[in-house]
Design a protein around this ligand. Sequence first.
Ligand SMILES: [Mg+2]
Length: 286
Amino acid sequence: MMKEKAIVFDFDGPLVGSGQDKAVHILFSSFVACWETSFRAFFHPENLEIDFERMLKGLIRYPGAPRFQQLSAIVSCIVRDVAEAVKDPAELGIDKNLQKEYEKLKQIYNNFYSSLNDAAAKLYWKPLEGIKDVIDTLAKNYDLYVASGIIQEILEKDFEHHGFEKRFFSGIYGSNPEGDMDKASILKKIKNRGYRDVLFIGDSRKDFEYAKEAGVKFFKVKTCDDYKNLLIETKNELPDQIDVCEFNDSELARIRSKVLALMKLYSSGKRPSFEQITTFINTGNL
Ligand SMILES: [Mg+2]
């Protein structure tokens, strides 16, 4: 039987913790892709802090956006210090040769970013501590769902791989390879089943926007402590956060120190493996 209210979890972040790893991966992969092409000329090898601060502006402007949109915003910051994504590299105001090389830059970025994510997922990304008890508790009073940007087939594999139990969930929904099934449309679909109240638990500003678009409530979870607050706040009605920032100061400080260290290492000619990079990000050891 359907319950009155539903709680929907984003997968990456609220169920399986990846911390700020993806932000670090995006920035460092963008740096590597530029470094390996003629875009290297835009960097300040003696003062990479300048380049990092520019790139960060691009990331912060497009949190949780599709990866190539993020890349174009970051490259735009590198070449002209403007945090704006572009559809066509010609819009970056760069010469024809560089425009042609942008396709190569994109491929390097795509492969590097995917490989880093794969290595981190294998070695370090784990379900949040205590999450299975949280699910067990919430399932007593709410219908539970997953709404994720991960492609359906991969999502189902990841769900099982991390030991989550299907019996606690009324639906596990991912995206499709065409990319036209976003979290907002999944949330709308769930809401239209006739729930009195729906809460989406996500970990980014973009998730917050999806919830608003679908007309459901939102709560940000990045750590198991956030779940403790959620359980306190859901005593009567489901909570609803009215605004969400992407990174707090300590998260930004962590992203800055990790990415800058990796940029300096890479520009000095060192080529650590993906396993070594994710180990450095997660443990500090290199
Ligand atoms: Mg997420």
